[in-house]
Design a protein around this ligand. Sequence first.
Ligand code: XMP
Length: 510
Amino acid sequence: MEKILVLDFGGQYNQLIARRVREAGVYAEIIPYNRISPSEIKERAYKGVIFTGGPNSVYDEDSPHYSPEILEAGIPLLGICYGCQLIAHMAGGEICSADGISEYGKTEITMKQDSLFEGIPEKSICWMSHTDYVKSPPPGFEITSYTHNCPCASLSDSGRKIYGVQFHPEVTHTESGKKIIGNFVFGICGCKDDWTADDFISSSVKKYSEELAGKKVLCALSGGVDSSVAAVLLHRAIGSNLICVFVDHGLLRKDEGDTVERVMKEKMGLNLIRVNAEERFLGKLRGIISPEEKRKAIGEEFIRVFEDVAEKIGKVDVLVQGTIYPDVIESGNADAAVIKKHHNVGGLPDVIKFDKIVEPLRNLFKDEVREVGRKLGIPEELVSRQPFPGPGLAIRIIGEVTKEKLDILRESDSIFREEIARAGLSGEINQYFTVLTNCRTVGVMGDAGTYGYTLALRAVTTDDFMTADFARIPFDILAQASNRITNEVRSIGRVVYDITAKPPATVEWE
Ligand code: XMP
């Protein structure tokens, strides 16, 4: 498989660059600039290297630099933003600060004839985000585009196949961004488009059927996308030697435990053990009000339940983790195995005796995991599932968690999800759910007074869940959800919509 290296200088769009290259059908991996030398880049046979953006200025004392040897390595290079300035600086150009004036946002750009801009109109819109720019290009380089504020918006030395763009082709606001990335990886680097979900599945199945032949392998299923896809993929490789354990803590959404069991056991044919532990978890949660104590109690009980299961299963050879690529990159440690510290799989390696961990999805972005899941035949309802926290509904019930409150919350949540789906908004809202606020308010129903719970609807749009905005759901859809919930769910007397962004609020209420 041919590979592009995304050399990471700390910019905010680095994952996006790798995703765009992969969307074009070429495998790309991200490695911090100080973790790989030019000779290693040559040894690993990358077809091209993209220098990412970064927050620094090349003349800052502690700004990240790279060995100029890379310029002579005979490998095509593309620098983006800081990466462009760094390449120009390394090659002997002059960088200049635009007197503290930053160019930010959509900007009209004029491009000249250049192999990077093949098939792109002379004028288009690009996305800029910079203060410094290349004032004089290095010897052998030509300026290939400009904007009103930036006399050198890109440069190239086509003889050595070295290119730099001051703007961000990876951001969708850059109209020709996709084409520019395609021109680099195909036209300039000469890559083939051989990175597809089908190829990934067949090579993984081949690899694991050889590597794990005759081994006893254990996978903890949470019902989430990552662990489901990891399990089905490995099941394809080693069949019933893969034992899946699904701990149902009773804090799942309506019918969720049954759906996971039905799909994974009957449809996908997995060797699955479902542990119904609702009573154990509710017992541990009794009297607990604090969100952090709830999380702690759930995490600890999860381990206790798993200890019991582990005793029955005995020693296993291999433990499967659903780690995905962003977990690996975020750890800042692209080579070492990272054990996911999630509530739903937390602490497992301490409980289970095993020789080795495998992480079949550690090179995939979330979109790619979903695509692999679809190709493996996992139903859309599981593959495109919105994120669901490990502690489940316990952190959506303010105050003490009881069976009665869980049932009220499950019903209301199911109605809200139905209405969002009916309105065709499921794909536009990244996470949406209901919260039982523990606040009772006065109401009327017929001739009688009521004193029911206040239920909050929460729906957010976000790129990464680090920041989020509340979703602008049309009022008539909110009205329909509110009507149905107050009519169909006993004990709910009032419905409110949470209109807070993150920050200052979080997505969950606890
Ligand atoms: P917050 O509430 O922190 O949520 O803005 C951001 C994302 O993280 C999820 N979340 C959790 N996931 N265990 C998890 O596995 C947790 O304890 C937890 N708390 C929040 C939340 O659902 C959202 O997607």
